[in-house]
Structure formats: C-alpha cells, structure tokens
Design a protein around this ligand. Structure first.
Ligand code: HEM
Length: 406
C-alpha cells in the first residue's frame, strides 16, 4: 500500500484533490505511525457505516496535546472525555442518544423562529445605527450567531456567551495537525474555561428554572450506569457544544463564502428560494468544515482486497470524499445542477454527526435572510484557508454587511 506523502494540507484543497485522484494507485493509503488514510467516497462511506469502525478512544485523542505540553492537559482531557466523539461501546450509544434525541430533525424544526431571530438580532447589532459595517463574517457574525443561539436556548448570559466564543477559538488550536507547546497550553486552558463557564451556566439555569429539554437529558444521563459517563448534564452539553459553536460557525462562513465566490449562483438562489437547501448542501460539500477525523477498527475489517487489522486507526478524509471525481463531476466547483449526495460532510453510520440538522438549519437561515433582502453581504476579502488543521476554515472572511431599512 503506497504512502499518502506530505500533501500541502489546507492551503489548496483543489490541488490536493487533483493530485490524489490522478495517482495510478487508488485505495487506502499509509499515513504516519500505522494510520491508514481513507479518501475515496466509496471507501469512506463503507468504513463510516461499518459498526466495527468506531471512535478513537480518549487516551489516543489526548496523546498529542499531552506530548506537546509535557504533562497531562487536564482541561483538554476533561473536555474530550465528555465529548461523544471519544466515547466507545458500551458508553457511546446511550450517551450519544441523549443528544441526538433533542437534535432530531423534527425537534430542531421548533427552533426555526429562534434561529431567524438570532440571525437578525446579531446582524443588527453588528451593523449598528448606521445600518452598515465592515466585519469578519466568520469571527464577528457567525461566531456570535452560534453562541447566541445556544445561549438563548440554555439561558446563558451575554458574558458567558462571549467567553464561550473566545474560548472555543482557543480550543481550536488543539485541532492543528502539529503545533507548538504554547498552542497546546492555550487549547488546554481554553478547554478548561469553556467547560467551566458553560457547564456552570447550564446547571445554574437548571436550578433556577427547570428547562424541559435539559431536564430530560439529565434524567437520561443519570440512568447510565457506566464508567466514564460525564458527571453532569452541564458537562455533557458543554463538551458537545464546542462543535455546536466552532464547527457550526465555520459551516455558516463556508457556505456564505461559496455563494460570494459564485455570484451567478447567488443570483439564481435569489430568484428561486427553493434552491436555498441545495445551495447550503453544495457549500457544505465543497467546503466541508470538518476536513477529517479519526476512527479505529474494533475488529478485522475487509475493504475490497484489503484486510485492516483490529486496532488500526483510520483517518477519514471527509472533505476529500466530498470531492471524489468518480461521484461529483468537476468536484472543485460550486454547482447547483448536480445531485447533492452522496456526501460525507457529517460522517455517517452510528457516529453520524448529531448536530447536522441544526447546523444545516442555521446556515439555511443566514442564506434565506440574505437572499430575501433581510441582510446584505458584499465580499471585501476572503482567506486564505487555515493550513494543517482538522477544520476546513478561512482565516478571515471580510465583508460589508448591511441591514436595509434599519
Ligand atoms: C456544519 C457543521 C458540522 C459539521 C460539518 C460536523 C461534522 C461532523 C463529523 C464529520 C463528525 C464525525 C462523524 C463520524 O465519525 O461519522 C461529527 C461528529 C460529531 N458532531 Fe458534528 N458537525 C457539525 C456540527 C455539529 C454540531 C452543531 C454539533 C452539536 C450540537 C455537533 C456534534 C457532534 C458530535 C457530538 C459528534 C460525535 C458523534 C459520535 O461520535 O457519535 N456537530 N460531526
């Protein structure tokens, strides 16, 4: 099996896609330290749906940060331990269900008005009395939208929302492929503060005015009698809301960027709001916010001619599977005239992202309000893309935003 080599990860995904899919050998590749790399759409989808290809356990996930720190990163470890993405059977399924039940498609439909309200409130605050302002759509606008949405839902105050937003940024330093000890320290401290602030805020609100959704989650958590279970519903929610804030923010920015970069398509969507759903799906395909995550085999797994031994870590390149030319014609272009699937943006199988419905709804709300004239967004300057990190994320997305009529 050939090696992946050292692609220029992140700087130019299109060049990486063109390179990897034009190699003579197509199939799993070898990465560093025994890790296998899955990038073809069919391989990624087969592996993601395989029940014996599960989450990478906590000690493996925290290893890099601990090595960088030269000691145990307790903030990072606590955050990761409470995050469903490091949970393995038998804890994984019941802990995950606590979240998926509340974020099922039917349930999140009830949040639609709140989402629209939050998007418009944040837009008005950002543009101020003049009704127009230059800002970073990702870090100024989308980050506030996501923090405000969860904050409003859970009763967190503005100070807590602001802290969570800032700390999520610090934590994202821990998503880099390689980083200096100083970044590990910031990610670790950020994680500790993020967990403290969110978890304490959620538990305080639960005491003050019992919230039906959080109460139900708490009861389900208390029913789990397994080692490694998060101690409180505040801890469980906080850890899993890192994606709810950071990844969702990136998703909004990537979709808006896709439309700003393709003005003819934006015009089409303006004239036909039925296309909003398709445009958001295509934006999330082309610029999948989670470039890759790891899985590990819990048993020997056969993929075509290849037998993958038990205990093998596999890097699942979601963003590359989304650009497989065997599935998506002209994969590096934003097109509405193509089937929307089969995408790997949100992973799949027993680990499929529980936040996919709410993340899609929030991005659709921003696009809808933009295409129907509630807000206006003009591109000033975009990029570049962050390099060598798990997120496919623009460093900045400078725009002029206006709220007409305000
Ligand atoms: C555009 C936004 C998002 C994208 C692209 C995304 C993507 C992903 C991906 C690729 C995975 C790995 C799935 C797998 O291994 O099959 C994942 C897992 C996960 N995501 Fe998301 N996510 C997003 C938003 C969210 C939100 C809003 C939340 C929380 C509210 C969330 C919570 C989680 C959790 C808890 C897992 C672990 C699931 C498990 O292991 O069972 N994500 N996400």
């Amino acid at each position: 099996m050939p090696e992946l080599g050292e692609p220029d990860w992140g700087r130019d995904l299109s060049a990486f896609v063109d390179d990897i899919f034009s190699r003579d050998y197509q199939g799993l590749l070898k990465g560093v330290e025994g890790i296998l790399i899955a990038y073809r759409n069919q391989d990624v989808r087969t592996l993601m749906a395989d029940q014996t290809v599960g989450n990478i356990p906590l000690d493996f996930v925290t290893m890099t940060l601990n090595e960088k720190l030269g000691s145990r990163g307790e903030g990072w470890e606590h955050f990761m331990a409470c995050n469903v993405i490091t949970m393995t059977p038998p804890l994984h399924a019941p802990a995950r269900q606590i979240i998926t039940r509340q974020l099922a498609r039917g349930k999140v439909a009830a949040f639609e008005d709140l989402v629209d309200q939050v998007v418009m409130d944040v837009a008005r605050e950002m543009v101020g009395p003049s009704g127009t302002a230059e800002l970073d759509l990702q870090s100024d606008f989308a980050a506030r939208v996501t923090a405000r949405f969860w904050g409003s839902l859970l009763g967190l105050d503005v100070e807590e929302q602001d802290l969570a937003r800032e700390m999520a940024d610090e934590m994202s330093l821990g998503l880099q492929i390689d980083y200096p000890a100083a970044d590990a320290e910031r990610a670790d401290r950020g994680a500790a503060k993020f967990m403290d602030v969110l978890s304490a805020g959620i538990m305080r609100e639960l005491d003050r005015e019992p919230h039906p959704m959080v109460l139900q989650m708490q009861a389900e958590l208390e029913d789990i009698d397994l080692p490694g279970r998060p101690a409180t519903v505040g801890d469980l929610l906080a850890a899993n809301l890192f994606d709810g804030m950071h990844t969702m923010k990136t998703g909004i920015a990537n979709v808006v960027f896709g439309l700003l970069d393709n003005p003819a398509i934006k015009k089409e969507v303006d004239t036909d709001p039925q296309l909003i759903e398709k445009a958001v799906k295509e934006g999330l395909r082309l610029y999948a916010p989670v470039s890759f995550t790891g899985r590990v085999t819990f048993a020997d797994v056969t993929l075509g001619d290849c037998v993958i031994g038990e205990g093998t870590p596999i890097m699942m390149l979601w963003s590359i599977a989304n650009r497989d030319p065997n599935v998506f014609d002209q994969p590096n272009t934003f097109r509405l005239d193509r089937p929307t699937g089969p995408q790997a943006t949100f992973g799949g199988g027993l680990q499929v992202c529980p936040g996919r419905h709410i993340a899609t709804m929030v991005a659709e709300s921003v696009v809808r309000l933009w295409c129907t004239g509630g807000i206006e967004i003009e591109l000033e300057e975009a990029g570049p893309w962050l390099e060598a990190t798990l997120a496919q994320q623009l460093i900045s997305l400078r725009v002029t935003m206006s709220v007409p009529g305000d």
